[in-house]
Every structure is written in structure tokens, then in C-alpha cells.
Design a protein around this ligand. Sequence first.
Ligand code: C2E
Ligand code: CA
Ligand code: CA
Ligand code: CA
Length: 277
Amino acid sequence: AKKVGRGQYRFFDQSLNLKDVEEFHLEQSFSEALRNREFVLHYQPQVCLDSMEIIGYEALVRWQHPEFGLLFPDRFIPVAENSGFVIPLGLEVLRLACAQIAQWQVEGISAQPVAVNVSPIQLTQAEFCRQVLEMISEYDLKTDQLELEITETAMLDANAVESLHCLKAAGVKLSLDDFGTGYSGFAHLDAVPVDKLKIDRSLIAKICNSHDDSPIVSSTIILAKRMQLKVVAEGVETRDQLVHLKVAGCDIAQGYHLSRPMPPADLPDFLRAFTGQ
Ligand code: C2E
Ligand code: CA
Ligand code: CA
Ligand code: CA
């Protein structure tokens, strides 16, 4: 316990302590998890608002932990970023995504591009661009079958900006994720060569019905268009939001209203239901 003054003592919050213990435990088991292939990707469809066709997928990592069950990224990505493990984990995620794209292509299930989330820490690695391009050629893919989602543009150093230009020149599409939050906004947009903006779901959640005017979302769409960028709305949970976004000129939508992220085994059934209705 720590003395905080006038005879009062503040004890360590037990839940915080447990969290530290858990993080330590996770950190200890990262390498073994990699060896045992405990990381898996779930895929969430992205739908074109003009054609209502699926035009791609976002890959979202999960950890099938032998003790804790299926862990979501908010639980372990921050731990991985603090320990540096996010670098080998990021390469594993890229490898899993490339292998999946190749497999879907062979099986004739999907030929759509897959977007992978990249930690800003990974991006600052000088060899990042080369590693991505090697992975793409290892799986015999074209560069436009893989997209990368980046965030925290304010944090990007010269290495990261160079990586992005290298990837862009090779034909890899780049999206600016979480747009409209403190992590990414128009202030840094001219420094990074992105093709798409993903409007953060906190902004989409403010669209309550199709009559509701949400000036931030509609202005973002107009500005993005003027910069020749495609606009993706994430976290679309209702039909009203979808209609509003379409009217406002948004290109692509993603969210529970269309589909939850799913394990690849569920995709064939999902596609049958989605296109067959
Ligand atoms: P993000 O990139 O903003 O991903 C979108 C998150 O919103 C995902 O959570 C997704 O499952 C969730 N989502 C999608 N549609 C809806 C919706 O309609 N409503 C709501 N409430 N949520 C929705 P998830 O999978 O838990 O991922 C959380 C974050 O973890 C991601 O946020 C991303 O920043 C990070 N992340 C995920 N996979 C990776 C990865 O492979 N590498 C790295 N570095 N980060 C990752
Ligand atoms: Ca993302
Ligand atoms: Ca996002
Ligand atoms: Ca996010």
C-alpha cells in the first residue's frame, strides 16, 4: 500500500494487478503461440454502396489461446506493441492473409483484395516494404490483392513514410484507418500516399437515422472526394446508417449490419446467403 496523505492509504487496485499479471503471462506465451500457430484471422466483408457487391475483406487477428480461449486484438496488440512482439506477429498476420488470398483464389471462392492492419511500430522498420513485397511474391499474388491499413499518422517517422511510398509505387493499396479520431485526420494526410479513408466507427455511430444531418461525416466524404480518395465507413450497424452514407456519397461500407468478421470456414455459406437472396 502507498501512503497518499493524512493517514489514508491507497491499496493497489486488485483488478489492475490481475491485468498486469495477465499481460505478463501473455507476453511470456507470445513466442510459443507463434510456434503453435495460435493466431488466426477473421475476415469482415467490405461492400460497395453502388453495386451492393463485396469488393474486399478486412483481416482481423484473433488469438486462440489454450487457456484463455479466443482473445480479441484490443487485449493483446497493446501488449505486443510494448514488448516488440508486434513485429513478428505482424509478419505472421501478413503471411496468414497472403496464404488465405492464394487459397481462396485456387478454390474459386473469392478473388477480392484483403486489407491487413499494420501497427505503426511495424511500419517504422526499414525492411518493411521489402518484406511485404517478398511475401506477396512468395504466394504468387499481385500487389493489388493486398491492402494495408495504417493509423497514427502523427507518429510516422521518415522510415515509415519511405515504406509507404515504396509500397504505393509497387501497387499495394493503402488505407488511412480510424479517420476522424485523434489518431488520424486531415492534418497529416498530405504526408502519406493513401488511396482510401476509413471513417472511424465513433463518427458513424452518430448517424442515428437517414434524416439526421451529420456534418462531420458528410464533410469528410466531400473532402476525401476532392483529394481523389475512396471513402470506407466502418462500424455500420443499421440500415439507416447505410442509406445515409450512400446518399452522402460514401463508396464502401463495413459493419455488423452487413456482416460480422468471420472465420474463413464460414465464408462459402455467407457468400451463398449474401448473393442468393
Ligand atoms: P480496427 O482496425 O478499427 O477494426 C475494426 C474493429 O471494429 C474490429 O474489431 C471489428 O471487429 C469491429 N467492428 C466491425 N464492424 C463493427 C460494427 O458494426 N460495430 C462494432 N461495434 N464493431 C465493429 P477487432 O477485430 O476487435 O479489432 C480491434 C482493433 O485491433 C482493430 O481496429 C485494429 O486496430 C486492431 N487489429 C486487428 N487486427 C490487427 C492486426 O492484425 N494487426 C494489428 N497491428 N492490429 C490489429
Ligand atoms: Ca482497420
Ligand atoms: Ca478502424
Ligand atoms: Ca480502431
